[in-house]
Design a protein around this ligand. Structure first.
Ligand code: SF4
Ligand code: SF4
Length: 163
């Protein structure tokens, strides 16, 4: 399989389109997004603040950007119809372009490049699979890994993670 560029496939990825400022500016800071946020109950993530602060300054350094689980609760409930989760994803994409990504997430990305899996299977889980009679098709895995690597190279993912 040759390397296919995303451009030639003519696929558009909404998260790479910058959010329209006008949409974000309709936020009236009601806090429904934060109140609906399961992650915000256990972490310092306050998505209402993210929306507010992002229109004023560069927040790509904030670790909270990476605490969103992308559950879409906030986006479904925003009374203004703001695409809150998509906005967080856009901010993350911008942060990554600047080389800002949490070490744990960088590790997961590197696992993906190396093994084709974000959480590679280890010996312990290999044994469990064996006991349960679940097969591991090494040949299929190697072939799939080749394809995954080609895809990741064609999208520039590897270069992005190196920063
Ligand atoms: S729910 Fe919508 S309008 Fe309310 S604070 Fe969040 S983003 Fe702003
Ligand atoms: S998508 Fe992210 S910010 Fe929104 S409610 Fe879920 S975890 Fe919170």
């Amino acid at each position: 399989m040759g390397i296919i560029s995303l451009k030639s496939l003519n696929i558009s990825f909404p998260i790479f389109n910058p959010m329209k400022n006008t949409e974000i500016l309709t936020c009236f800071q009601c806090g429904t997004c934060h109140a609906s946020c399961p992650s915000g109950k256990y972490t310092s993530l306050n998505v209402r603040k993210i929306v507010r602060d992002s229109v004023r300054k560069d927040i790509s350094d904030q670790p909270e950007l990476w605490m969103c689980t992308t559950c879409y609760n906030c986006q479904e409930r925003c009374p203004r119809g703001i695409k809150v989760t998509d906005f967080v994803l856009t901010l993350r994409s911008e942060a990554v372009k600047k080389g800002k990504i949490l070490p744990a997430h960088r590790k997961v990305c590197n696992f993906l490049i190396k093994t084709g899996q974000s959480i590679p299977i280890d010996d312990k889980h290999r044994d469990i699979r064996k006991k349960l009679g679940l097969r591991i098709d090494e040949a299929a895995r190697k072939k799939a890994l080749k394809d995954v690597k080609k895809l990741l190279i064609s999208t520039g993912f590897g270069e992005l993670i190196k920063k």
